[in-house]
Design a protein around this ligand. Sequence first.
Ligand code: BGC
Length: 773
Amino acid sequence: MKHRNPIHDRNPEQGFTMSEHRSGIDVSRILTALTLAEKAALVSGRGAWDTAQVERVGIPSIVMTDGPHGVRLRDPQIKQFSFDASLPATCFPTASALGSSWDTELLTRVGEALGSESRAAGVSILLGPGINIKRSPLCGRNFEYLSEDPVLSGRLGAALVQGIQSRGVGASVKHFAANNQETERMRVSAEVDERTLREIYLAGFEYVVTSADPWTVMAAYNRINGVFASENHWLLTEILRTEWGFEGLVVSDWNAVSDSVRAIEAGLDLQMPTTHGASAAKLVDAVHAGRLAEQTLDRAVVRVLELVNRALESELGTTTPTVDFDAHHALARTAAAESAVLLKNEEEILPLDPTSDTRVAVIGEFARTPRFQGAGSSQVNATRVDDVWGALIAATENPLRLTFSPGFTLTGQPDDTLLAEAVAAAAAAEVAVVFLGLPSAEESEGFDREHIDLPPTQVRVLEAVAAVNRNVVVVLANGGVVRVAPWERHCHAILEVWLAGQAGGGAIADLLFGRANPCGRLAETIPVRLQDNPSYLNFPGAVGSVVHGERLYVGYRYYDAKDMAVGYPFGHGLSYTTFEYSDLDAEVVGQGAEVVLRLRLTLTNTGSLVGKEVVQVYVGDVESSVDRPVRELKAFTKIELEPGQSVPVEFELGARDLSFFSISDGRWLLESGDFEIAVGGSSRDLRLTATVVVDAPAPTRTLSLSSTVGEWLGDPVGGPSLRRALEDAEGLSMATNPEILRMVESLPLDRVVTMSGGRLDMAELGEALDPPQ
Ligand code: BGC
């Protein structure tokens, strides 16, 4: 199958093409040649999916398209807008599946395939990956996001970006930032304190930006603490550019910009899609009226030109790849198998033997009509789709032992005939494999979910099947998480396959028949009940604002802090083999910013099948000046082992992995003391622990009269000065009595000064108030 290439096929009235260029464009020369109107036109889209061109000085237009798990390039033959009207492309598993693979190497390979399909289609920027944190299981777009944890999202997001960009196509990391819900997404303000932003919502973006150099970052729709992300100077300039050193282009989410002038001033470079000249006119007026400096506009223009140059360089420097769609389909099948999570497997009911005569009742419409992707801008027109039923028949040596009954309709209406057929099939079989999942209408871009339950009709089918057959396996297809607590007692095994992409059917057959060994791990906690989720009372907010009252305690950070029962914990996933962890050795070298924590352990495959384990490293600060999560994921690796094989596994953590973001210091801070390192197969399956001592210089803080007595006393210079001043002040020496100090330690010093009625000698505090330079 071949894609039409929208750039190379452009007709003459659309202007000249990228391929007419023999070399890149000379950015500084062109900048001086552009008129103000041309500059203003360049910083917003020409159409829905392309940048403006300026033929007079030889600037071509480049094409962007969604993303993230397949190339959704509009079919030029179809004029009417429709999410279905795109050219065929490989539909890989969606992010909630890929996130569960915990496999950076796999995500790079998927990225390479996405990059190749984009290049072949003439697409210069693929709009993805989406790495927003799954704050609530209700977010309608969770299927497009990787994890509830920023380290996992960041590492996997970076791997995807590297893969896409290795093919000369830019990625667009989205949606920057704190876009964690669909409700009111274009105007809601995420009210989040800075520490939470830094440690949870920005950290994944920071990792991708600083390690993978994405060509573009997409500014989100929502506001953050009152200011639109696309008009947020703090976010787009101070953090993204100045702190993280981002050198690519910031593009708005589609129609995110409410004020083009403010957006450019804040650091946005490209407003998408076209506004039919309206935003360009506003920018020109603002420059004429002196409300926008032309140099500020130039900065954005330069970034657009540099982006065009990057696209031209790959166009000129490498040949356009020919896409092998069969190979990509095979990769999509591997990716789906690597991403499935075996939640439980009692009595080792799985894998099923493909050679035996055991009668298997396959039940559930999803086995015939797979739900393999989500709705909205990420929807791909798959090159082909494998269904599980077909794949199971193809994989078994004895097709006659398999029966299929739909059990329920996808519309969710109870259907007694289908139910009765399913029960009869289950009663006549030794094993029933029941395919359950979310109807597509329940999760999509544009709106949030209302609950996390499976449709009651499906649960009724499961209950009825379990009443006649005790060997039940459930296979789940859903993008956002579904709770399993109400019905899991009715089955021996649960295989969560998420939205597994176009080759999911084959992958599921591979997993059920043991041709693939499950190795996915949960990238998000499955709660016992929706009400347990930390954002429950604050999602999706009201009156235009959503308060992140749970602060850092998102996902497992919350469940672990409260020591709560969960359905299945973050990081969990079984295998058909077993692993043993041994010999953890932890060594700390250096101190402060230079500290390096080296971990070594041995991993052994103690079972009888080849399989992959995801070794996870969690870190907790035993004593800290601020509240910190009990443990946080800081490193992981996925390793394949033959039966009986043992391998050494090593990790290296740095100061940042042990630090928190200190609001009072305005920076990441490492504190001396004990840290507990826990290594295992999930956040609640910690097999080995070690405590290490870390040495870091005490932070130098500037004390002031509004610092508290406690802060003064904790300071190496201020503490002794304040003690001296209190001891010397007439009638105040009793204030150094520990019990009294405890009572007054939260008082700002100026209150103590007032209370002392002039008896406290301010000169004695001078050195600490105004430290010598
Ligand atoms: C979505 C983006 C997408 C863009 C273009 C927006 O509605 O939020 O993720 O890339 O549309 O389709």
